[in-house]
Write a protein that binds this ligand. Sequence first.
Ligand code: ATP
Ligand code: MG
Length: 410
Amino acid sequence: MYRLQNEGYDAYLVGGCVRDLLLGREPKDFDVVTNADPEQVREVFRNCRLIGRRFRLAHVCFGREIIEVATFRGAGEEKNDQQMLNKEGRLLRDNVYGTIEEDVWRRDFTVNALYYNIKDFSVVDFVGGMADHKTGTLKLIGDSDVRFREDPVRMLRAVRFAVKLGFKLDSACEQAIHNDVRLLASIPCARLYDEMIKLFLSGYALQTFEMLRHYGLFDVLFPATEHSLAVEENGFPRLLLIKALENSDNRIAEGKTITAYFLLAAFLWEPVRIRAKEKIAQGQVEFVAYQDAASEIIARQIKSTALPRHISMAMREVWNMQPKFNARVGSRPSRLIRHPRFRAGYDFLLLRAETGGADPELAQWWTKYQHASENEQRKMTQPPRNPNNKSARKRSYHRKPKDSSAPSES
Ligand code: ATP
Ligand code: MG
């Protein structure tokens, strides 16, 4: 920012970082806006890359850190969309870039539209963002319905910020979500996937889930899950997902990593399980039923949010492993434990056992099996002897001296 200023440009911090700093929180990243256009920014910084086609942005790299430097956006951008596309993406600078006074109207919430000016260390506030910040209110700039129609993803952003900041949506915003919820379905699946990841992997997954449901937004993201939640079975269906959300929030709080596929596997487990159950009732073999159900549910889900292939593959692996945990005899357990995703599958089994979806004894068996010595593992997976079979009893008696030479557990 000082470098830009020294070159005679204006530079401000804007958006989430100003908002978060005012709350005494550590910002996730820093967004800079300037009146220099992207080419001019590139002239100032050697360590700079221009990205974006429709709206060019400068990425300035400091070591591993990337600072996004945007040029003020102009008011006329929308009107000129057609014109810009006709020119094969070449932007008409005068129409796209603007002044700070124009830029502010392009932002979503008043608390996201505060500009920190390094020239005099002041916060520039055109839209009453400071007052809303003090009262903890999320308020859209301008008419809420218009702003949601412009970009329905703002509804998801509203929930994300409300949860993260502990803010309330103002009544106009709430009402507009109520009116416009269905518009979200028109957003490309890939963008919804990205936004959904931000919603659920930021450490407040459980609260986010509850609030999305409250506003009817969850149904747009996960229709099959929403549907399955309505069919309660002894209170179990909702528990697995809630527990998974809770666990992942706890892990983030403890500084541990979480994976998107595990949480997504939890989101869609009930739909998969219900579908597999139907297939089994129709006479399908359990393992095949789960595989087919997984394919169907994933095919349905990607109509709502995209699922990158590596994610859906991993989800399937976690699901397909579940019926395999029932086989505890012979060589199958030792093969399963060597599966590259065994850990995730096992964690998922624990989750099911904790929430009434699997026998806790089964989960305990797998916990013990994992930590057992090879010798013990072999014993654990031996077929049970039939006490009525005399010859078997005799054989076992004869083997006894040999067995007793093995290290005793006591
Ligand atoms: P986070 O803490 O998640 O980074 P943020 O407010 O910085 O929150 P970003 O997505 O990084 O969110 O966007 C930076 C700023 O750009 C926002 O604060 C907002 O002013 C503006 N902005 C981003 N997305 C939109 C949008 N869809 N509509 C309007 N303004 C947006
Ligand atoms: Mg940001």
